[in-house]
Design a protein around this ligand. Structure first.
Ligand SMILES: C[S@@+](CC[C@H](N)C(=O)[O-])C[C@H]1O[C@@H](n2cnc3c(N)ncnc32)[C@H](O)[C@@H]1O
Length: 328
């Protein structure tokens, strides 16, 4: 079934997008956009009912036309309408157009990979490689959203974590499992141009995303490195601080991995690990699945076998433990 558009989201998007249009629209399209802005929200609501009626009646050609009109009113890059138009094209048997609109929805930040995989209206596309790529792109949008969502700031306490890490200008840091660069960017700014950050991840999608952020931030002291899941491929003895945030729980052979980390540390170097405190799913219905849950005590036992000594244990984060080791 196509996605339904919630009125408050509609309002929010209109507000944000109107501001965007006023500051950014090229002159050539200004007149057309002004006309779009003049159409009231009630037009959109009326069209929405007509869209749903046509869709339910199986008149996909009509639904597509209405969907495009709705999309013109509300925002040319609004993912819900774009997604719904994609569904209507799929039902109408126009696969090329269905892919075009689903791709537009993803470019506009559609992020429900599971929705794509289970939407019965997209049955005709399932199994095709192009469809799998869409699912992957939607999954990536969702992952980025999870890492960067506003609520994370509350529990992550980035400024306090950064202060506690006591990084110095010129230091070499490895951010393993760097993801979108939530920590990579502040770390790179803290160590400054004379320092280096090795941003390491097993996912090329994440590294590509981070690369764009680094360009936007004009940061040139970060090197991106794609690695396999069981080896961070650190330069021997070259790193003052290894940082692993919400990543160690993915590691299967922790002691073996710890030995590789230790080999990468410079004399006096530290390993800082922040990871989710194990909590029952009923208490926190997100975070690592049960089989990946790992306590700081379990991690410490495994890392001691790899030659690490626990030197700091900070408990100011509500969702995560934050511990620091040095080589024995
Ligand atoms: C939950 S995210 C955390 C990202 C980032 N550290 C943050 O705090 O926002 C975990 C990241 O680790 C990466 N990852 C998972 N297993 C990995 C492994 N074995 N080696 C390197 N990266 C890994 C994932 O691709 C993902 O980007």
């Amino acid at each position: 079934m196509p996605h339904r558009i919630k009125p408050f989201v509609v309002f929010l998007i209109i507000t944000i997008f109107t501001a965007g249009i006023l500051s950014l629209a090229p002159i050539a399209t200004a007149v057309a956009q002004e006309e779009e802005q003049e159409r009231p929200l009630s037009d959109f609501e009326a069209l929405k009912s007509s869209f749903e009626e046509a869709y339910k009646a199986g008149d996909y050609t009509k639904a597509i036309a209405i969907g495009k009109e709705m999309n013109g009113i509300i925002e040319p890059r609004h993912w819900e309408t774009l997604y719904n138009i994609g569904c209507a094209y799929a039902k109408a048997g126009e696969k090329g157009k269905a892919y075009e609109y689903l791709q537009k929805a993803i470019d506009a930040n559609y992020m429900y990979a599971h929705g794509l995989m289970t939407d019965e209206d997209l049955e005709s596309l399932r199994g095709e490689n192009r469809f799998k790529q869409l699912v992957r792109a939607a999954w990536k949008n969702g992952y980025v959203w999870i890492l960067e969502r506003d609520e994370r700031a509350e529990y992550q306490q980035l400024p306090r974590v950064m202060e506690t890490l006591r990084l110095k200008k010129g230091e070499r840091v490895a951010d393993i499992g760097c993801g979108t660069g939530y920590f990579t960017i502040p770390v790179a700014k803290t160590v400054g141009p004379e320092g280096r950050v090795l941003a390491i991840d097993a996912s090329q999608d994440m590294l590509d995303y981070l690369e764009r952020r680094l360009t936007a931030e004009q940061l040139e002291n970060v090197e991106l490195k794609k690695v396999g899941r069981d080896d961070p491929e650190l330069p021997a003895g070259g790193i003052e601080l290894i940082l692993m945030v919400d990543t160690f729980h993915y590691i299967k052979e922790r002691t073996e991995y710890g030995r590789k980390l230790r080999a990468g540390l410079a004399p006096g170097g530290r390993l800082a690990v922040i990871d989710f405190r194990p909590k029952p799913w009923e208490e926190r219905p997100w975070g690592p699945p049960p089989e990946q849950k790992m306590s700081k005590e379990e991690l410490t036992v495994d890392l001691e076998k790899a030659g690490f000594k626990l030197i700091e244990d900070h408990d100011f984060l509500t969702e995560q433990f934050f511990i620091v080791y040095e080589a024995e």
